[in-house]
Design a protein around this ligand. Structure first.
Ligand code: CP
Length: 315
């Protein structure tokens, strides 16, 4: 995985790399993979947007791999005095950090860090924990792992992604990899939260037209924080749930071996009925469990590409 000196998008991954990452994550999960560090490795987690799952899961993955996490609190950092993202990264690079895991509201914030210009000399590795409405590589990879664990393949699987697609970085990353891996993709949800730029990945349909034939239902969080005041004023949670939510009636129409996924956080009673969050077909908890192992795989792959570590994997 030589190309993974940074892990900022899934757009450039090929099928083999996705397969290798899933195999490695599964090997970590079953205790069949181990990371040997060539020297102590230092990592900081910079979350400019709130997070529970991704932040904690990266921190847990780092601990399990024996990395040294250097605490970084955005709110008490000098970013509050106006220090730029680039200068923050330059500072942490100079201090000796090897990797920065960053979540930021600006789409593609990482380009300024991984493609330095002029006399810039940033060497630190960047792992994207979510950029605006752009990409969410670690959520996407843990979702692929969870689908693979259930079905052992992707080609020909019918997947519907339902909800606030335009604003969702999870949807963007997942549609790109699911297409690469040969799944048949459908989109559902409000027309105003869909853009025809996604037509190259799948068809926009009514949820009720496909609910009985899909293998995977991916529900998306309604991203209130990215909506205009007018959109928020027009939003009716009960109506959304009735039209686009996973309720008991739709659950009962699912195929026997279909699965439900949600990246979290969930708006209970909106994207999914409260009582279905932990239903038999729901992978919500499994996704969060797998997130630790997939993030271990992603961190390790970047460290190997940087010649800072070696992975030993038992068959
Ligand atoms: N799925 C996800 O990104 O959740 P958090 O915002 O809690 O990290």
């Amino acid at each position: 995985m030589d190309s993974l000196k940074h892990f900022v998008t899934v757009e450039h991954l090929d099928e083999r790399q996705v397969g290798d990452l899933i195999e490695l994550a599964l090997a970590y999960k079953t205790n069949h993979a181990h990371l040997r560090l060539r020297r102590p490795v230092y990592v900081a987690n910079l979350f400019f947007e709130n997070s529970t799952r991704t932040h904690t899961s990266f921190a847990m993955a780092q601990k399990k791999l024996g990395l040294n996490e250097i605490a970084f609190d955005v709110h008490s950092s000098s970013t509050s005095k106006g220090e730029s993202l680039y200068d923050t990264a330059l500072t942490l690079d100079a201090i000796g950090l090897d990797l920065l895991v960053i979540r930021h509201s600006q789409n593609e914030y990482y380009n300024q860090l991984i493609h330095p210009t002029g006399n810039q000399t940033l060497a630190v590795g960047i792992i994207n924990a979510g950029d605006g409405s752009g990409q969410h590589p670690s959520q996407c990879m843990l979702d692929m792992m969870t689908i693979y664990e259930k079905f052992h393949h992707f080609a020909g699987l019918n997947v519907v992604i339902c909800g606030d697609i335009t604003n969702s970085r999870v949807a963007k990353s997942n549609m790109q990899l699911l297409k690469l891996l040969g799944a048949n993709l459908y989109f559902a949800g409000p027309a105003e939260w869909y853009d025809h730029e996604f037509d190259e990945f799948g068809h926009h349909v009514a949820l009720d037209d496909v609910i009985g034939k899909v293998d995977v239902v991916m529900l998306l969080r309604v991203q209130h924080e990215r909506h205009s005041q007018q959109e928020e004023g027009n939003f009716d949670a009960a109506l959304y749930h009735q039209r686009y939510g996973l309720n008991q009636a739709r659950y009962e129409r699912l195929k026997d071996d279909a699965i439900i996924m949600h990246p979290g956080p969930i708006n209970r009673g909106v994207e999914i009925s409260d009582e279905l969050v932990e239903a038999d077909k729901s992978m919500f908890k499994r996704q969060m469990q797998n997130g630790v192992f997939m993030r271990m795989a992603m961190l390790s792959s970047v460290l190997v590409a940087r010649k800072l570590a070696v992975i030993t994997q038992e068959c």
